[in-house]
Design a protein around this ligand. Structure first.
Ligand SMILES: [Zn+2]
Length: 168
């Protein structure tokens, strides 16, 4: 019996502006970041989880976060984006895929991600059901260039590799 391991790669990109609403809280990768401006959006605007969802769906050929969850749906107003990740993951896993690794790049002037890197890594890994070593979180400031460099918002890029072991 032969085992063919198939691999699929997916990319996700998400952007949110900072919010003027001081009732909102900054959430990155499912981790609350205190004392920093929050991001604006229909849900909790967790830019890391949104990019991750799109990377997962892209790798599995399942569309994107908007088609799956509807960015204007009233039920998702203020939603915890962990719901989106769980939904996407169950669809991806349902097709026999598992996450090999996830590489995340947060793009923005602030917040400084260093103090939260390990917690974000652990949080995203837990949500994906993988080990922390399978998730990498890095950040870049774009040297004051563009909307991210001016601190107007945050962007995140995610690349995920899925593997599937099928026997013949
Ligand atoms: Zn988003």
């Amino acid at each position: 019996m032969m085992a063919d391991v198939m691999v699929r790669i997916g990319q996700g990109v998400d952007v949110h502006p900072f919010s003027a609403d001081d009732r909102r809280r900054l959430v990155l990768g499912g981790v609350r970041i205190p004392d920093e401006p929050a991001l604006d959006g229909h849900s909790d605007a967790d830019v890391i989880l949104h990019a991750t969802v799109d990377a997962l769906l892209g790798a599995a050929g399942l569309g994107d976060i908007g088609t799956l969850f509807g960015s204007d749906e009233p039920e998702y107003a203020g939603a915890d984006s962990q719901v989106f990740l769980a939904g996407a993951l169950s669809q991806v896993a349902g097709q026999g895929w598992q996450v090999a690794n996830l590489d995340l790049t947060l793009i923005g002037k602030r917040p400084r991600i260093g103090p939260y890197r390990d917690r974000i890594c652990a949080s995203v890994a837990t949500l994906l059901g993988v080990k922390s070593e399978q998730v990498n979180v890095k950040a870049t400031t774009t040297d004051k260039l563009g909307f991210t460099g001016r601190g107007e918002g945050l962007a995140c890029m995610a690349v995920v590799l899925l593997t599937s072991a099928q026997t013949h």
